[in-house]
Design a protein around this ligand. Structure first.
Ligand code: HEM
Ligand SMILES: [Cu+2]
Length: 653
């Protein structure tokens, strides 16, 4: 596949590579399968009314999770291909160009299109329930956020078959990412697709902040919110602080690439370091955007399965706030080698190391929560237990990297790659797994299989350590990051082969999870109890799966463990006379259609076809006009219907 400059007529369909051909066929068959299946089972209407137009936070959450699992698969295949390519010296599986594309898409897909939607998906399902609310503050906007994210992700994902993948790394540093050195359209995909998805995320951040501030049940002061609600809240604040920086950076990148400005290219007085600063001003907080909700999930899981309340609630809250603040002032640790001098480097070195303090506080709080608890070793709890040592390895190596002088040695080596996987995988992926096993009954009304879950757990955790532990050593031994091949005799063959085998074990763990989801959908016992884990927070006061209106009567809150108290006091009941009609928003197709229109404009912009882009932009304006004339005020669920629904899961009222 030649990388030809725009204007010299790059390929529209990427051809010539057997791997890409195979995935084109696979994509074609999958689409045929889906379309055929929907038609055969007459499910088009169901798809439209139940899912594509939904504004229900629980369904939007499930859509996010589904998209996240799919993207995790895509990013995982990229990861496996990289490991295969480096499993032997002088390997000829991927060429250098293809390797560049794969590490670029792997990084983006994993962080923005897998980790983010998985976490935001769980937040969507759980946050309003934990707050005792009927929905998020702006349900319609929530649907728009999802579809913008989804369209952005899809636009990014078609790059490898249509026009070519971005290949300048997920950080896309200038001058490399500029037109001069990366002339194809691959990097336009980066600029445009991330912009669309990013705006969706920003809207989610605003939505969740307002939800927390305005929608809490009576009696729930901020300091009585469950820990996951706290971490979701602080995460949303970081999103609102950091994402606009990325929006601006991507806009400037788009101008540089599409319209020939020179913000980041030296040619006309631009400044490549400006890109690095903007990128990491967003990029470092982004790491905490994905880590903090995970901390919240572990807090819920550990406290439920230790049968104790969370140790040190208020220090937990303050440590999250401190981490959020510090996360904004450490970004220069990503380019100590830029040459800004010892004073600047020392400042960022110290702020970076300081983050270890509140993080350590949290680790000890989790340990103290477990101390003397009657621990139940469910699959969720196992993820939480494995998280602690694995994440600590990530944290300790992070402090090593934080020392500016030492970083001159480690910078851009496999040591760094090992470090951040030891942070991201335990700190995000383990947490998502823990959260899915924990909250699955709330979403679907049945539990995942515990026995398959244990296979999932052990394969994944062992595979993870096998894959990434060797990278610390080859990294210290001088293997740099993003190397597509190496000569024999450097001593890297064995560790890298081991790492490849580990990645296969890891993949088997992922397969076990997919099998578990399939198995449970087919065979798991339906109608599980609304509180199968004997849990402590409000989401467990509702039916499993949760009714459309969440709570028949908004609960009254007295402590951080509102539902636990209700169970102790026996006040978790509902009198028929207390039921009133409930107002809900109507479904709307506009968020979906508007996002598709934005996706079409984005596609034309990627190809630099400005006239079609301008014409398609009319669709966006039409969408906005339709929205502004939408006077639908929603509908009411009648007392009768609520009574019937509540009787069904509570028994008699
Ligand atoms: C299936 C498991 C995974 C495997 C086998 C894997 C493997 C790799 C490899 C081999 C590299 C870079 C190699 C190089 O730079 O030459 C890499 C980079 C990266 N990975 Fe993963 N990874 C996995 C999961 C994840 C997850 C879950 C995340 C994030 C949540 C993640 C985030 C990243 C990022 C951000 C990069 C940097 C990409 C770049 O250099 O631009 N990875 N991964
Ligand atoms: Cu950082």
């Amino acid at each position: 596949m030649g990388v030809l400059g725009a204007g010299t007529g790059h390929q529209f369909f990427v051809t010539g590579d057997p791997l890409i051909l195979a995935s084109q066929i696979a994509i074609g068959l999958t689409i045929l399968g889906i379309v055929g299946g929907l038609t055969y089972f007459k499910k088009w209407r169901w798809l439209w009314t139940e899912w594509l137009t939904t504004v229900d936070h629980k369904r939007i959450g499930i859509l996010y999770i589904l998209a996240g699992v799919l993207m995790f698969f895509r990013g995982g295949v990229d990861g496996l291909m990289m490991r295969l390519q480096t499993s032997r010296p002088e390997m000829e599986f991927l060429n250098s160009q293809h390797y560049n594309e794969i590490f670029t898409t792997h990084g983006i897909v994993m962080i923005l299109f897998a980790a983010m939607p998985l976490l935001i998906g769980i937040m969507n399902v759980v946050l309003p329930l934990q707050l005792g609310a009927r929905d998020v503050a702006f349900p319609w906007l929530n649907a728009l956020s999802f579809w913008l994210f989804f369209v952005g992700a899809m636009l990014f994902n078609i790059s490898f078959v249509i026009g070519g993948s971005p290949d300048a790394g997920w950080t896309s540093y200038f001058p490399l990412a500029g037109k001069e050195f990366t002339p194809g359209i691959g990097n336009n995909y980066y600029a445009v697709a991330l912009q669309i998805a990013g705006i969706g995320t920003l809207a989610t951040g605003i939505n969740f902040i307002v939800t927390v501030l305005k929608m809490r049940a009576p009696g729930m002061t901020l300091m009585k919110m469950p820990m996951f609600a706290w971490t979701s809240f602080i995460t949303s604040i970081i999103i609102v602080a950091a994402f606009p920086i990325f929006t601006v950076a991507l806009l400037l990148m788009t101008m540089d690439r599409l319209f020939g400005t020179h913000f980041f290219t030296v040619a006309a007085g631009g400044e490549p370091m400006l890109w690095l600063n903007l990128f990491w001003l967003w990029g470092h907080p982004e790491v905490y955007i994905v880590a903090l909700p995970a901390f919240g999930m572990f807090s819920e899981v550990i406290s439920t399965y230790s049968r104790k309340n969370l140790y040190g609630y208020s220090t937990m809250v303050w440590s999250i706030i401190t981490i959020a603040f510090l996360s904004m002032i450490v970004w220069v640790h990503h380019f100590y080698t830029m040459g800004s001098g010892p004073a600047v480097n020392s400042f960022f070195s110290i702020t970076t190391m300081l983050i270890a303090v509140p993080t350590g506080v949290k680790i000890f709080n989790w340990l103290f929560t477990m101390r003397k608890g009657r621990i139940k070793f469910t699959t969720s709890m196992l993820w939480a237990l494995a998280f602690i040592p694995c994440f600590t390895i990530g944290g300790v190596t992070g402090v090593m990297l934080a020392m500016a002088a030492a970083d001159y040695q480690y910078h851009n080596t496999m040591f760094l790659v090992a470090h951040f996987h030891y942070v991201l995988i335990p700190g995000v992926v383990f947490a998502v797994f823990a959260g899915l096993y924990y909250w699955w009954p709330k979403m679907f009304g049945f539990t995942l299989n515990e026995r398959i879950g244990k296979w999932h757990f052990w394969l994944f955790v062992i595979g993870f350590n096998m894959t990434f532990m060797p990278m610390f050593f080859v990294g210290l031994d001088g293997m740099s990051r993003r190397m597509y091949t190496y000569s024999a005799g450097l001593g890297w063959e064995n560790p890298l082969m081991f790492s490849f085998i580990g990645s296969l074990v890891l993949a088997a763990g992922f397969a076990a999870m997919v099998y578990n989801i399939y198995w449970s959908f087919r065979y798991a016992k339906r109608g599980v109890d609304h509180d199968p884990w004997d849990a402590r927070t409000l989401e467990w006061a509702t039916a499993s799966p949760v009714q459309a209106y969440n709570f028949a009567k908004i609960p009254e809150v007295k402590s951080t463990e509102a539902f636990w108290d209700m169970k102790k006091e026996g006040t978790h009941t509902l009198k028929e006379s207390e039921i009133e009609k409930i107002h809900l928003p109507s479904n709307s197709g506009v968020p979906f259609l508007l996002s598709v229109a934005i996706g079409i404009v984005g596609f034309f912009l990627v190809f630099e076809w400005f006239i079609p882009a301008a014409i398609a932009a009319v669709l966006i304006i039409v969408g906005l006009i339709v929205r502004s004339f939408d006077y639908d005020e929603g509908f009411y669920v009648s007392v009768d219907e609520i009574t019937k629904t509540e009787k069904k899961w509570r028994g008699d009222l």
